[in-house]
Design a protein around this ligand. Sequence first.
Ligand code: 4AD
Ligand code: MG
Length: 461
Amino acid sequence: LIDIREIFQNPNPYFEQEVSIGGWVRSIRNSKTFGFIVINDGTFFEPIQVVYTNELDNFEEVEKLNVGAALVVTGVLVETPNAKQPFEIQASKVEVEGASTSDYPLQKKRHSFEYLRTISHLRPRTNTFEAVFRVRSVLSYAIHKFFQERDFVYVHTPIITGSDCEGAGEMFQVTTLDLNNVPQDEAGEIDYGQDFFGKPANLTVSGQLNGEAYAMAFKKIYTFGPTFRAENSNTTRHAAEFWMIEPEIAFADLYDDMILAEEMLKYIIRYVTEHAKEEIDFFDSFVDKGLKQRLRNVLENDFARITYTEAVEILAKQNDRFDYKVTWGCDLQTEHERYLTEEIFKRPVFVTDYPKEIKAFYMKMNEDGRTVAAVDCLVPGIGEIIGGSQREDNLDKLKQRMMELQMSEKDYEFYLDLRKYGSARHAGFGLGFERCLMYLTGMQNIRDVVPFPRTVKNCEL
Ligand code: 4AD
Ligand code: MG
């Protein structure tokens, strides 16, 4: 069988030749003596048209086919200079690999994204989702390529962990204890001694802490894997299971971190627009008009940079327009982030030096004693896409901060060791993979860029 992609990319050798393709029926229409099947095999963005006549042995079977059926079609590829598509297949044989029924949920009409979410096992057979998930694949590759070309070591950090990297307590617990009969210790507390790991464990919210250990050995590393957050945020940008890319670089500070983040984003935008060209054209035409121009602008300009304090000055003047009023010390909400990047800067923005109270324990304290060397990258249409920081590399200062936050040193012994044995300046960031994909495709809801999304009250399929 030939991939439809191969025919589209270089049809010349196939003209007037017999080809066989396997794929699923997108649409079918027929008259008494002949008919057309539009068939797609998922290898290319475009489907291909097949013409058949009553000379087929199984004409009656083919006539009755429903949308969604799986077929192997054999026939001659002919040029059709006046038609919408430059060629079609004149079928000599149509083998029905698997028929479909008339209640097939995808018919030849526009289905809403909401509806398609209820059939996430079938939606990759539609143009939009075929494009989304091909770009998802190309984007993954682009990310690996970027880091591998720069000799970063790819580290597989654990999925099950005993720590809470972000300190936000938004973890899914992993346990083998029987919920109906939880063992208690003498003090009446849950006796985790009887649990599988002998202590509480959870799904990781970030691979960063383990990644730092490897950066202190390899100098530059990255992780790329699933992370989990039990945030009760039912928004279009939060998923309970999402993928994160977390590079970590040693002998580097916040500025090196921003340079890396900007280089990476530009690299992957360039790679994806070149290697998923048809898909990006599709998004530009049907999902988000102006997408391509916007991405081009990103490549041609430097990202803006401001401090949190400067951002608050800008935003507080506009408090009338916000639901959530801005004052120094507050966490920036999506409405503020989007205002900065869409109205003020009209391009990606790095916001640095946030108040320590709203950021994680591991961030390096600035000299002012009240802000930390944090950086968020905000982009139009989404808001925060990257969160990063320079890490606190001073053992005493880190211990001090952990004490303030009432964190147990015992639980983070390995992390403190990294400051004890050859501590070095280091920094890193986390790129939300799904948010990045939304940015590159113009898709508006995170549920539409994850194959089988997990969100609040939704863990179907
Ligand atoms: O800002 P966050 O929480 O940073 C960290 O986890 C750090 N440990 C990263 C690091 O410095 N190595 O998360 C990083 C990014 C966010 O900017 C966002 O893009 C994405 O992860 N993200 C989510 N994406 C989808 N659904 C969620 N619930 C997300 N939470 C964070
Ligand atoms: Mg963040």
